[in-house]
Design a protein around this ligand. Structure first.
Ligand code: GLC
Length: 547
């Protein structure tokens, strides 16, 4: 298998508005990231992924961009960005940007022009249609509003927005739009950025004719949110191919596509060698299990992806991001076994095949927050879901209970640096509440504790850097049907490692999959019991052994 830096990388996601504030306005910024580069370097991560930091009205926290080649004054200046990039590179790390080009902000000059008249040269930059008998052109439901269509009285037509109405979708069928996107990409790549995380990049191709969804309504207003219809449409890869030819082929960079509704079969079209249109994608099959999550389901999905992609294309691993609740609260135990389960999850993340993505605070085992009122939420998605739940007859308490499980704001509470005021995130008023558990869970305290989650993540990352078997080793699973343990080996050039994970809060026992003496390389308990006939694993125990 061809080796490359982005396969060996450990990528750290910086949701900068919540990472570190350097000027006391309550919002994280570029200056704050620069202050924390020592921390990131010591953690060992090799690539930073910056969430959008461009000028934006912030209807969807920066995913509604009004100027693609600038830096939002909230976060700093372009000069500061250049300084950040210089310092990141000076430390031997790399930096990738978020490319959000399925849609723009409605404040972007292209859209302002587009909506001004039907004859405007920018009209065709967006997707405009006439209504049907006084109703929207089709029955599509949006992520953040009932319909994807917004009526614009100025020209008596509707424009399409798969997300908020302030996020109109670009018309990728227009070659001029594509040229504009290539220009934006070159602007950042010429500065020296090392690639892109591409926002909802499998939604840019709309299905021919924008047909109605055949499925029943999913929202109270009668529209159907049908992401399978919006995603992975025929012709999508032609856009990727053009992007590669026009831009990516000319720079030594990586890309990761955010691709909901991607199956391994679709993924192969995007990341398959030798064409490799994208370096890798994020799939959401585990996230999409939601209330039906089981470890059996998790394992089955991992197996399916390894079977389909092994030596044909690369993959990624993530347990959370800025759109998902905190992984230790969802998959682990944020109570009694907080530390053990956070470390077990970290072990999983770094030892399964694919490039691992660590989301800020995950390396501390940061947890979900118990929000007690809808006013404490910031996220447009939480507000929409709340209204929809009420419209479907839930009480405010029931609606809040749903949000408290899945809200994106869980991931967005400020980074917990210290036990001081606002967790050391800001000297001002934080834009989103700090999780009240910061006196117990913070970086400063974990720095000095050799058994902390932070120090365990450091050890995992170090191990991954030192041992190619962890990156390139062939994956073999044992006792795949078991829900309570995860046992697999990674093998490369005669070296063989076993990863044994207890997926529960109870002790479990498993047959040793391979004879011989095991050398323990890393574990989340002292003295793992792995030499006898069976492996005895304590609650959420994780052991990495060399066989
Ligand atoms: C992606 C982003 C999410 C955003 C959406 C619309 O899913 O991760 O935060 O709301 O795209 O841009």
């Amino acid at each position: 298998m061809e080796r490359s830096w982005w396969k060996e990388a450990v990528i750290y996601q910086v949701y900068l508005r919540s990472f570190q504030d350097s000027n006391g306005d309550g919002v994280g910024d570029i200056g704050g990231i620069i202050q924390r580069l020592d921390y990131l370097q010591k953690l060992g991560v090799t690539v930073l992924w910056l969430n959008p930091c461009y000028p934006s009205p912030d209807v969807d926290n920066g995913y509604d961009i009004s100027d693609y080649c600038g830096i939002s004054p909230k976060f700093g200046t372009l000069d500061q960005f250049d300084e950040l990039l210089r310092q990141v590179h000076a430390r031997g790390m790399k930096l990738i940007m978020d490319l959000v080009v399925n849609h723009t902000s409605d404040q972007h000059p292209w859209f302002q022009q587009s909506r001004s008249s039907k004859e405007n040269p920018y009209r065709d930059y967006y997707i405009w249609r006439k209504g049907k008998n006084g109703a929207p052109p089709n029955n599509w439901g949006s992520h953040f509003t009932p319909s994807v269509w917004e009526y614009d009285p100025a020209t008596d037509e509707y424009y399409l927005h798969l997300f908020a109405k302030e996020q109109p979708d670009l018309n990728w069928e227009n070659p001029e739009v594509r040229q504009q996107v290539w220009k934006i990409m070159r602007f950042w790549l010429d500065k020296g950025v090392d690639g892109f995380r591409m926002d909802v990049i499998n939604l840019i191709k709309k299905p021919e004719g924008l047909p109605d969804s055949p499925l029943p309504a999913t929202c109270a207003e009668g529209y159907t949110f049908d992401c399978d219809l919006y995603a992975n449409n025929p012709g999508l890869t032609d856009f990727y191919r053009e992007m590669k030819r026009e831009v990516l082929d000319h720079y030594p960079v990586m890309t990761v596509g955010e691709t909901a509704k991607v199956t391994p079969e679709f993924a192969l079209d995007y990341v398959g060698e030798p064409e490799r249109l994208l370096s890798m994608v994020f799939h959401f099959q585990i996230v999409e299990l939601r209330d039906n999550f089981t470890w059996g389901g998790f394992k089955a999905i991992q197996r399916k992806w390894v079977d389909a992609l092994w030596s044909k294309g690369w993959s990624s691993q993530f347990l959370q991001n800025h759109d998902q609740p905190r992984c230790v609260s969802v998959y682990g135990d944020d109570g009694e076994y907080h530390v053990q389960s956070a470390k077990m999850l970290g072990t999983l993340l770094h030892t399964l095949p694919g490039t691992p993505y660590v989301y800020q605070g995950e390396e501390l085992g940061m947890t979900n927050t118990a929000f007690t009122s809808i006013d404490q939420y910031n996220d447009i998605n939480a507000k929409f879901d709340y209204q929809e739940l009420l419209a479907k007859g839930k009480t405010p308490e029931q609606a809040l209970a749903v949000l408290n499980r899945y809200s994106r704001d869980h991931a967005r509470t400020p980074m917990q640096w210290t036990d001081g005021s606002n967790a050391g995130f800001t000297e001002g008023q934080p834009w989103l509440m700090v999780n009240p558990n910061y006196p117990a869970i913070n970086a400063e305290q974990q720095e000095n504790d050799p058994d902390s989650v932070l120090n365990y993540y450091r050890a995992l990352i170090r191990l991954r850097k030192e041992h190619p078997v962890m990156v390139y080793g062939e994956f073999q699973e044992y006792e795949p049907e078991r829900e309570d343990v995860y046992l697999y080996t990674r093998s490369l050039d005669g070296e063989r490692w076993l990863i044994a994970l207890n997926l529960t809060g109870r002790p479990v026992e498993a047959k040793r999959p391979v004879e011989g003496e095991y050398q323990v390389l890393l574990a989340n308990y002292p003295d793992p019991d792995v030499q006898g006939e069976s492996l005895h694993l304590r609650p959420w125990e994780a052991v990495i052994c060399c066989l």
